[in-house]
Design a protein around this ligand. Structure first.
Ligand code: GLY
Ligand code: MN
Ligand code: MN
Length: 365
């Protein structure tokens, strides 16, 4: 039995939870090494205190589960069958009381939670995500090695984007070049929809690339990441095209100062919320407080946004092995926006950025 499932079983024992249903593709992957996109079909893992866990998957994927190393029961069902019928049988042949059960509150649909609860007699409900978030927040050596490579691919994406810049090219044309080159490197999936934003469009933190053409004096903002072997990366770099105004320089250097200060505070034992506050204070002191509308970052791993939330309200403590983003930004609608984002790994005594693309202000000719 793998170590992660053992940890979860130990937690079930301590918390006196009889059964846990884990339904998200990310948590199933974390616990079993099986990664799939089941679309609307049911896929999930059932774990108990003592009894053998089992996994339910669309029948056509049963073989992949075994190939991923899963040695316990697999229920494969066809599109014409009701998986809950088989789940019920599998649970009933185990010695499971079911007075307290757990599932993922934030991801399980109402219908599926009802189907799960109907297997038992009015059980108490616990959120299993709290435990899984705690387990996932500290990465092991294998995860770090994959994330290092995913970050390197994100650096490469920015490099391709910069070399594609030329007067008159559109945001979507640059985006297509980035993703084409990444696909040639074997990347099947991006972590999220790639952003390439020019000029005033970079002033929208969640802007959509389109047919805006590049011209001198524009900021160029790239925000992109890849999924590699189940793990994500996420980088933002902002450049000036051909020329830069004093105001743009001031905005850029304020964001950079905030990013570096927040990175410097990235050490085991420090309060997570302080990282946001440090950056926020620098940006506010420069007069741009109203133009930094989001938290400093987010946990990074199997999900591109995962636990912990790097907000100034977070009283959690930074631990060795955590991975998260630091990404302050200033967005001034008529001028444009600057965001600088790195993927951070917490080491024994400080941090390392996994993304390494240079970040001093560059004017691209
Ligand atoms: N593009 C999403 C993020 O950086 O969090
Ligand atoms: Mn990003
Ligand atoms: Mn991010």
């Amino acid at each position: 039995m793998n170590q992660r499932i053992e940890m979860l079983k130990n937690w079930l024992k301590e918390a006196k939870i009889d059964a846990a249903f884990i339904n998200s593709t990310e948590n199933v992957f974390y616990l079993t090494n099986f990664h799939t996109d089941p679309h609307e079909r049911l896929m999930g893992l059932f774990v108990f205190q003592e009894e053998e866990p089992f996994i339910v998957v669309p029948g056509m994927e049963a073989r992949q589960v075994k190939d991923a190393g899963w040695g316990n029961e697999v229920i494969g069902y066809s599109d014409h069958e009701d998986p809950w019928h088989f789940i019920k049988q599998s649970i009933h042949k185990r010695n499971v009381k079911g007075s307290k059960v757990a599932f993922e509150n934030e991801v399980l649909t109402y219908g599926r939670s009802q189907a799960f609860l109907d297997l038992f007699d009015s059980p108490a409900i616990v959120n299993v995500e709290d435990k899984l978030n705690e387990m996932r927040v500290v990465k092991d050596e294998k995860e770090i090695e994959i994330m290092r490579r995913a970050a390197k691919m994100a650096d490469f994406g920015v490099e391709v984007g910069v070399s594609a810049l030329e007067e008159g090219i559109t945001e979507m044309e640059v985006l297509a070049k980035i993703e084409y080159e990444l696909k040639k490197q074997g990347i099947r999936e991006m972590s999220f929809s790639t952003m390439v934003l020019f000029g005033e469009k970079s002033g929208d933190p969640h802007g959509n690339p389109g047919d805006r053409r590049l011209k001198a004096g524009d900021f160029v903002l790239f925000d992109l990441g890849v999924v590699l072997e189940g793990y994500t990366s996420d980088i933002t770099r902002t450049f000036a095209y051909k020329s830069v105004s004093d105001k743009q320089k001031e905005i850029y250097n304020t964001v950079l100062k905030a990013e570096l200060a927040s990175l410097e505070a990235s050490k085991p034992g420090n309060r997570i919320g302080d990282l946001d506050q440090i950056a926020r204070d620098i940006i506010s002191d420069a007069g741009y407080g109203d133009y930094f509308p989001h938290r400093i970052g987010h946990g990074l791993g199997i999900n591109v946004h995962e636990f912990p939330s790097m907000s100034h309200l977070n009283d959690g403590i930074i631990k060795t092995g955590m991975t998260y983003t630091i990404e302050p930004g200033i967005y001034v609608p008529e001028i444009g926006g600057v965001r600088i984002e790195d993927d951070v790994l917490i080491t024994e005594d400080g941090y390392e950025t996994l993304t390494k693309f240079p970040k001093d202000l560059q004017i691209i000719e």
